[in-house]
Design a protein around this ligand. Sequence first.
Ligand code: K1U
Ligand code: ZN
Length: 173
Amino acid sequence: MALLTIICYPDIRLHTVAKPVAAVDERIDTLVADMLETMYEANGVGLAATQVDVHERLIVMDISEGRDDPLVLINPKMLWNSSETHLNEEGCLSVPGIYDSVQRHDAIKIEALDRSGNSRLIEAEGLLSVCIQHEMDHLLGKVFVEYLSPLKRNRIKTKLQKAQREGRVAKLV
Ligand code: K1U
Ligand code: ZN
């Protein structure tokens, strides 16, 4: 297994729209293993392939307390979302040290392939629902700071550009 580099906002690669995974094969299995290792090492609860500069529709997650219940979503498709929404505090491994509130659907239903290529229907609420919506945004090239005001977003951009110049987070291309 290998640790992958997580690219940091405002790197333009985070705005790439991911393509569907064509086949759930050995290459994808290795990528899943590497992404899980990278997510656990960074203490995240989710990671989208976009964040490691792979532009295919693949997400890994683990919201369990024991960090021993990984969830793999390949080619996820939103089937339904609740009309009720709430503000939730979010963070992002690509926006280190920044936390802010984003409005998300309370509950969702999605369809996705698992690591074995089997189709699964997932009904989610709470942190799982928030995390899936956050990660599916990454696959569309959207970072959570884009829901914030231009003033907040520019402050975050300036702060992270300074951190990148000083070598405290991954460099821009
Ligand atoms: O970078 C990412 O996409 C992962 C991100 C997932 C996420 C967590 C919480 C809300 C929305 C999206 C993180 O793992 S952020 C770091 C984290 O561990 C965390 C933050 C807030 C609540 C719970 C966990
Ligand atoms: Zn994120």
